[in-house]
Design a protein around this ligand. Structure first.
Ligand code: UGY
Ligand code: MN
Length: 254
Protein backbone atom coordinates (compact mmCIF):
# COMPACT_ATOMS: atom_id res chain seq x y z
CA UNK A 1 0.00 0.00 0.00
CA UNK A 2 1.85 3.12 1.20
CA UNK A 3 1.16 6.72 0.16
CA UNK A 4 -1.74 7.39 -2.24
CA UNK A 5 -0.87 7.72 -5.93
CA UNK A 6 -3.76 10.08 -6.71
CA UNK A 7 -6.68 11.92 -5.12
CA UNK A 8 -8.70 9.58 -2.92
CA UNK A 9 -11.95 8.39 -4.48
CA UNK A 10 -14.28 5.39 -4.24
CA UNK A 11 -16.84 3.54 -6.37
CA UNK A 12 -18.60 2.27 -3.23
CA UNK A 13 -22.02 3.68 -2.36
CA UNK A 14 -23.56 3.17 1.08
CA UNK A 15 -27.23 3.95 1.69
CA UNK A 16 -28.01 2.48 5.08
CA UNK A 17 -31.12 0.29 5.03
CA UNK A 18 -31.64 0.86 1.31
CA UNK A 19 -28.73 -0.57 -0.68
CA UNK A 20 -24.96 -0.65 -0.81
CA UNK A 21 -22.39 -1.25 -3.51
CA UNK A 22 -19.15 -2.31 -1.83
CA UNK A 23 -16.16 -2.39 -4.17
CA UNK A 24 -13.29 -4.68 -3.12
CA UNK A 25 -10.65 -1.91 -3.16
CA UNK A 26 -12.13 -0.20 -0.07
CA UNK A 27 -12.44 -3.28 2.13
CA UNK A 28 -10.57 -3.47 5.42
CA UNK A 29 -9.74 -6.58 7.42
CA UNK A 30 -11.79 -7.62 10.42
CA UNK A 31 -10.64 -10.01 13.15
CA UNK A 32 -13.35 -12.61 13.71
CA UNK A 33 -12.59 -14.87 16.69
CA UNK A 34 -12.19 -18.51 15.69
CA UNK A 35 -10.64 -17.84 12.28
CA UNK A 36 -6.87 -18.38 12.13
CA UNK A 37 -4.59 -17.44 9.21
CA UNK A 38 -7.51 -15.84 7.43
CA UNK A 39 -8.15 -12.36 6.07
CA UNK A 40 -11.81 -11.47 6.54
CA UNK A 41 -13.95 -8.49 5.59
CA UNK A 42 -17.54 -8.07 6.71
CA UNK A 43 -19.80 -7.08 3.79
CA UNK A 44 -23.55 -6.85 4.52
CA UNK A 45 -24.52 -6.75 8.22
CA UNK A 46 -27.33 -5.48 10.48
CA UNK A 47 -25.33 -2.23 10.84
CA UNK A 48 -25.94 -1.67 7.14
CA UNK A 49 -29.62 -2.62 7.49
CA UNK A 50 -29.33 -6.26 6.42
CA UNK A 51 -30.95 -8.99 8.49
CA UNK A 52 -27.96 -11.27 7.74
CA UNK A 53 -24.18 -11.04 7.80
CA UNK A 54 -22.03 -11.69 4.69
CA UNK A 55 -18.25 -11.97 4.75
CA UNK A 56 -15.53 -12.44 2.17
CA UNK A 57 -12.77 -14.66 3.56
CA UNK A 58 -9.31 -15.42 2.22
CA UNK A 59 -7.91 -18.55 3.88
CA UNK A 60 -4.14 -18.52 3.69
CA UNK A 61 -1.91 -21.59 3.98
CA UNK A 62 -3.04 -23.46 7.13
CA UNK A 63 -6.08 -21.16 7.45
CA UNK A 64 -8.97 -22.63 9.42
CA UNK A 65 -11.82 -22.17 11.84
CA UNK A 66 -11.44 -25.14 14.16
CA UNK A 67 -13.81 -23.71 16.81
CA UNK A 68 -16.68 -23.85 14.33
CA UNK A 69 -18.64 -21.00 12.74
CA UNK A 70 -22.19 -20.36 14.12
CA UNK A 71 -23.93 -23.42 15.61
CA UNK A 72 -26.39 -21.48 17.79
CA UNK A 73 -29.87 -23.05 17.97
CA UNK A 74 -31.44 -20.26 15.88
CA UNK A 75 -28.65 -19.46 13.40
CA UNK A 76 -28.11 -20.97 9.94
CA UNK A 77 -24.95 -20.55 7.87
CA UNK A 78 -23.77 -20.97 4.30
CA UNK A 79 -20.40 -20.95 2.55
CA UNK A 80 -19.64 -20.67 -1.19
CA UNK A 81 -16.11 -21.25 -2.49
CA UNK A 82 -14.96 -18.45 -4.81
CA UNK A 83 -11.55 -20.03 -5.46
CA UNK A 84 -9.17 -22.67 -4.13
CA UNK A 85 -10.21 -25.74 -2.17
CA UNK A 86 -11.43 -26.16 1.41
CA UNK A 87 -12.47 -28.95 3.72
CA UNK A 88 -15.76 -28.15 5.43
CA UNK A 89 -17.13 -30.29 8.25
CA UNK A 90 -20.65 -30.24 9.66
CA UNK A 91 -22.22 -32.68 12.14
CA UNK A 92 -19.17 -34.97 11.76
CA UNK A 93 -19.43 -35.16 7.95
CA UNK A 94 -16.63 -33.87 5.72
CA UNK A 95 -17.08 -32.07 2.41
CA UNK A 96 -14.25 -31.19 0.02
CA UNK A 97 -15.34 -28.02 -1.74
CA UNK A 98 -13.62 -26.62 -4.80
CA UNK A 99 -14.54 -23.44 -6.70
CA UNK A 100 -18.37 -23.19 -6.83
CA UNK A 101 -18.69 -25.71 -3.97
CA UNK A 102 -21.03 -24.79 -1.14
CA UNK A 103 -22.36 -26.00 2.20
CA UNK A 104 -25.50 -24.96 4.09
CA UNK A 105 -25.56 -25.70 7.84
CA UNK A 106 -28.98 -25.72 9.53
CA UNK A 107 -29.56 -24.04 12.92
CA UNK A 108 -27.67 -25.77 15.74
CA UNK A 109 -24.92 -27.12 13.44
CA UNK A 110 -21.41 -25.67 13.54
CA UNK A 111 -19.48 -25.22 10.31
CA UNK A 112 -15.78 -26.11 10.52
CA UNK A 113 -13.57 -24.83 7.70
CA UNK A 114 -9.99 -25.57 6.72
CA UNK A 115 -7.92 -24.53 3.71
CA UNK A 116 -7.09 -27.74 1.81
CA UNK A 117 -4.36 -26.33 -0.47
CA UNK A 118 -1.04 -24.47 -0.11
CA UNK A 119 -2.38 -21.45 -2.03
CA UNK A 120 -5.06 -19.07 -0.76
CA UNK A 121 -8.71 -20.15 -0.91
CA UNK A 122 -11.49 -17.56 -1.07
CA UNK A 123 -14.96 -17.87 0.43
CA UNK A 124 -18.26 -16.01 0.47
CA UNK A 125 -19.71 -16.70 3.92
CA UNK A 126 -23.17 -15.99 5.34
CA UNK A 127 -25.15 -16.31 8.56
CA UNK A 128 -28.73 -15.42 9.45
CA UNK A 129 -31.27 -16.04 12.20
CA UNK A 130 -33.51 -18.90 11.10
CA UNK A 131 -37.29 -18.31 11.20
CA UNK A 132 -38.84 -21.61 12.33
CA UNK A 133 -42.02 -23.06 10.83
CA UNK A 134 -44.02 -25.63 12.79
CA UNK A 135 -43.36 -29.19 11.66
CA UNK A 136 -40.46 -28.17 9.39
CA UNK A 137 -36.70 -28.45 9.85
CA UNK A 138 -33.94 -27.69 7.33
CA UNK A 139 -31.01 -30.08 6.83
CA UNK A 140 -27.35 -29.80 5.75
CA UNK A 141 -26.92 -29.40 1.98
CA UNK A 142 -23.72 -29.44 -0.03
CA UNK A 143 -22.97 -29.40 -3.76
CA UNK A 144 -21.05 -27.68 -6.54
CA UNK A 145 -22.92 -24.99 -8.44
CA UNK A 146 -20.97 -25.90 -11.60
CA UNK A 147 -22.75 -29.30 -11.55
CA UNK A 148 -26.23 -27.73 -11.47
CA UNK A 149 -27.88 -26.91 -14.81
CA UNK A 150 -29.05 -23.36 -15.45
CA UNK A 151 -32.68 -22.86 -16.44
CA UNK A 152 -34.13 -19.92 -18.35
CA UNK A 153 -35.01 -17.02 -16.12
CA UNK A 154 -38.52 -15.61 -16.66
CA UNK A 155 -38.80 -17.20 -20.16
CA UNK A 156 -35.70 -15.40 -21.45
CA UNK A 157 -33.06 -17.48 -23.26
CA UNK A 158 -30.26 -15.02 -22.46
CA UNK A 159 -30.78 -14.92 -18.67
CA UNK A 160 -30.12 -18.03 -16.60
CA UNK A 161 -30.73 -19.05 -13.00
CA UNK A 162 -29.96 -21.96 -10.69
CA UNK A 163 -31.03 -22.66 -7.09
CA UNK A 164 -28.38 -23.94 -4.69
CA UNK A 165 -30.78 -25.07 -1.92
CA UNK A 166 -34.07 -27.01 -1.99
CA UNK A 167 -37.22 -24.93 -2.39
CA UNK A 168 -39.03 -26.84 0.43
CA UNK A 169 -40.82 -24.86 3.14
CA UNK A 170 -38.26 -26.16 5.65
CA UNK A 171 -35.85 -23.51 4.30
CA UNK A 172 -36.46 -19.81 5.04
CA UNK A 173 -33.97 -18.61 2.41
CA UNK A 174 -32.16 -19.80 -0.68
CA UNK A 175 -28.99 -19.02 -2.56
CA UNK A 176 -29.20 -18.64 -6.34
CA UNK A 177 -26.84 -17.84 -9.19
CA UNK A 178 -28.23 -15.46 -11.79
CA UNK A 179 -26.31 -15.00 -15.05
CA UNK A 180 -26.97 -12.50 -17.86
CA UNK A 181 -25.43 -12.97 -21.29
CA UNK A 182 -23.87 -9.74 -22.63
CA UNK A 183 -26.71 -7.28 -23.45
CA UNK A 184 -29.30 -9.26 -21.45
CA UNK A 185 -31.27 -7.64 -18.64
CA UNK A 186 -33.97 -8.27 -16.04
CA UNK A 187 -37.44 -8.25 -17.63
CA UNK A 188 -38.51 -5.40 -15.32
CA UNK A 189 -37.25 -3.39 -12.37
CA UNK A 190 -38.07 -5.43 -9.27
CA UNK A 191 -39.46 -4.04 -6.02
CA UNK A 192 -39.97 -6.74 -3.39
CA UNK A 193 -39.96 -7.30 0.35
CA UNK A 194 -37.03 -9.73 0.29
CA UNK A 195 -33.43 -8.64 0.87
CA UNK A 196 -30.39 -9.77 -1.11
CA UNK A 197 -26.67 -9.96 -0.49
CA UNK A 198 -25.00 -10.53 -3.88
CA UNK A 199 -21.36 -11.29 -4.70
CA UNK A 200 -20.45 -10.66 -8.35
CA UNK A 201 -18.69 -13.69 -9.81
CA UNK A 202 -18.05 -12.45 -13.36
CA UNK A 203 -18.63 -9.75 -15.93
CA UNK A 204 -19.66 -6.13 -15.87
CA UNK A 205 -23.02 -4.43 -15.86
CA UNK A 206 -25.16 -1.42 -15.12
CA UNK A 207 -27.19 -2.07 -11.98
CA UNK A 208 -30.30 -0.12 -11.09
CA UNK A 209 -30.45 0.43 -7.34
CA UNK A 210 -33.15 2.77 -6.02
CA UNK A 211 -33.61 3.96 -9.62
CA UNK A 212 -29.96 5.02 -10.04
CA UNK A 213 -27.93 3.23 -12.75
CA UNK A 214 -24.57 2.23 -11.29
CA UNK A 215 -21.64 0.46 -13.02
CA UNK A 216 -20.70 -2.82 -11.31
CA UNK A 217 -18.21 -5.60 -12.01
CA UNK A 218 -16.73 -8.89 -10.85
CA UNK A 219 -15.61 -8.76 -7.20
CA UNK A 220 -18.22 -6.17 -6.16
CA UNK A 221 -20.73 -6.85 -3.41
CA UNK A 222 -24.28 -5.47 -3.48
CA UNK A 223 -26.69 -5.31 -0.56
CA UNK A 224 -30.31 -4.77 -1.64
CA UNK A 225 -32.69 -3.85 1.17
CA UNK A 226 -36.44 -4.55 1.25
CA UNK A 227 -38.39 -2.97 -1.63
CA UNK A 228 -35.38 -1.25 -3.18
CA UNK A 229 -35.63 -0.94 -6.99
CA UNK A 230 -33.29 -3.48 -8.58
CA UNK A 231 -32.42 -4.65 -12.09
CA UNK A 232 -29.35 -5.03 -14.31
CA UNK A 233 -28.12 -4.81 -17.89
CA UNK A 234 -25.05 -6.91 -18.69
CA UNK A 235 -22.38 -5.06 -20.65
CA UNK A 236 -18.96 -6.16 -21.92
CA UNK A 237 -17.98 -9.54 -23.29
CA UNK A 238 -18.50 -11.90 -20.35
CA UNK A 239 -21.74 -12.94 -18.68
CA UNK A 240 -22.64 -10.82 -15.65
CA UNK A 241 -23.18 -13.45 -12.93
CA UNK A 242 -23.71 -13.28 -9.18
CA UNK A 243 -24.42 -15.58 -6.28
CA UNK A 244 -27.04 -14.11 -3.95
CA UNK A 245 -29.25 -14.87 -0.97
CA UNK A 246 -33.00 -14.37 -0.90
CA UNK A 247 -35.38 -14.97 1.99
CA UNK A 248 -38.42 -17.11 1.14
CA UNK A 249 -41.24 -19.35 2.38
CA UNK A 250 -42.29 -17.21 5.35
CA UNK A 251 -45.19 -14.81 6.04
CA UNK A 252 -43.82 -11.35 6.96
CA UNK A 253 -44.14 -10.66 10.68
CA UNK A 254 -46.39 -7.92 12.01
O1 UGY B 1 -34.60 -13.38 -7.27
C1 UGY B 1 -34.55 -12.16 -7.34
O2 UGY B 1 -35.28 -11.45 -6.69
C2 UGY B 1 -33.54 -11.54 -8.30
N1 UGY B 1 -34.07 -11.56 -9.64
N2 UGY B 1 -33.16 -10.21 -7.89
C3 UGY B 1 -32.10 -9.58 -8.45
O3 UGY B 1 -31.43 -10.13 -9.34
N3 UGY B 1 -31.80 -8.37 -7.99
MN1 MN C 1 -34.60 -9.43 -6.40
Amino acid sequence: MGYPKDLLSSRSIIKHGLYALIAPEGLVNNVIPGFENCTISVLGSPKLGASFVDYVVTMHKGGKNSEGFCGQENVESFVYVLGGKVKATAAGKEYILEESGYLYCPPGTKMYLENFVEEDSRLFLYKQKYRPLEGRKPWAISGHANNIEFRDYDDMHNVHIKDLLPTDLDFDMNFHILSFDPAASHPFIETHVQEHGAYLLSGEGMYNLDNEWIPVKKGDYIFMGPYVHQAAYAVGREPLAYVYSKDCNRDPEL
